[in-house]
Design a protein around this ligand. Sequence first.
Ligand SMILES: [Zn+2]
Ligand SMILES: [Zn+2]
Length: 154
Amino acid sequence: MAEITPQPPTINGSCLCGTIKYHITGSPALKILCYCQNCRKSTGSLGMANSIYHRSNLTISQGHDTLRTYKDSATDSGSPVDRSFCGNCGSNLFCENKEKGPGLVIVTSGTMDLEDGQSWQPVMEFYCKDKKTWLETNLETKKFETVPAALENL
Ligand SMILES: [Zn+2]
Ligand SMILES: [Zn+2]
């Protein structure tokens, strides 16, 4: 009889229009909220709610040709961020900061199609100095005024 090994939970996701589809396997290295100005501008909202994964855990299964990348070099920390989004509907999907997190990819939690038993909850908050005073997360998170020097090994 074949041994049944538990499958790592796969999270599926897509952009708003559904052109770009992806899946991620394994556990994220980190789940973060970031309130920096660039995350606010980029989303047009309060900030970003992201999971950080090792690049090898992410598979873009559909819509590569529609994925556009904006090279955001005007970041507060000085290290450029590649922000990838759907060229059709504009959903923010992935970010990469090759200086702070080489080999890592940042996946937006809002594009994840979480199934029963899957949840998303942050463990850290970046750029709390820019967080709206009325925004209370009511969670035990590790809070940073800005951003830690490196994303790995936090
Ligand atoms: Zn789209
Ligand atoms: Zn940010």
